[in-house]
Design a protein around this ligand. Structure first.
Ligand code: GLN
Length: 239
């Protein structure tokens, strides 16, 4: 089986280095002996409906509004989502999965409505390291950096991805959301380079089996260094 990874509008939603998530997915898939194919979809091009794993990155407010409009008009991401395809959505990409998010003027812009989420403004922009403990057992502490003005409110049935240990995340002590095979998160870094266990989780949904953790020493050293930078010697202690 070849896992088809679809990177949606990487130029429009790529200002924060999130294109690296696709590289991390390919790298992790390679370690697990899984073949991948990457389809980069530029804004205005049709999105394939038959992908296994879709990736949306972060972006500025106006790019985010344009991306939401393009994805909605195209319709194929909804088809893939309803089929249960895996989806990673970071920051602007995460916000646009919900009902609405603030546009560049602060007015609510229509999202895709895939998940019961609403985004308005934080009192102050969140910029800095973000560390959070996942709700799912077996996933280690998450590390990344955040840079967003949005506060995301989950509807009653939507689980957070993690509980914030340092930083802001959704703005209510939680970070991100997980619903079916969809992960939304504020973690940049790129998030999957810093958190290979999340890459493995997404890949496991594509192949239908759990993957071995396969820790890489240089990645573990990076994780420790980044977590220490905000949590000090308690970097690994439960939050
Ligand atoms: N424009 C959104 C915000 O500021 C998302 C930013 C981002 O993707 N980093 O909240």
């Amino acid at each position: 089986m070849t896992i088809t990874i679809v990177s949606i509008y990487p130029a429009l939603l790529g200002t924060y280095g999130d294109a690296g998530n696709v590289l991390a997915l390919r790298h992790r898939a390679g370690l697990h002996g899984l073949a991948t194919e990457v389809v980069n979809v530029a804004a205005g091009e049709p999105i394939p409906a038959g992908g296994d794993l879709y990736v949306l990155g972060g972006g500025e407010d106006s790019a985010q509004t344009a991306a939401a409009r393009g994805i909605r008009a195209d319709g194929s991401l909804r088809t893939a989502f309803e089929r249960g395809a895996a989806l990673l959505a970071v920051c602007a990409g995460y916000q646009l999965l919900g009902e609405y998010f603030p546009d560049a003027t602060g007015a609510p812009a229509e999202g895709l409505g895939f998940i019961d989420l609403r985004t308005d403004r934080l009192p102050r922009r969140a910029v800095g390291e973000l560390a959070a403990d996942p709700q799912l057992p077996g996933l280690p502490r998450l590390t990344g950096y955040e840079n967003h003005g949005g506060a995301t409110h989950r509807g009653p049935g939507v689980e957070p991805l993690a509980a914030v240990v340092a930083g802001v995340g959704n703005g209510d002590g939680t970070e991100g959301a997980i619903a079916g095979h969809v992960i939304g998160t504020y973690l940049h870094g790129p998030g999957l380079a810093r958190n290979p266990a999340v890459a493995d989780l997404l890949l496991s949904w594509c192949v239908g089996e759990t993957l071995e953790p396969l820790l890489e020493p240089d990645v573990e050293a990076l994780r420790e260094e980044r977590l220490r930078s905000v949590l000090g010697d308690g970097w690994n202690r439960p939050g």
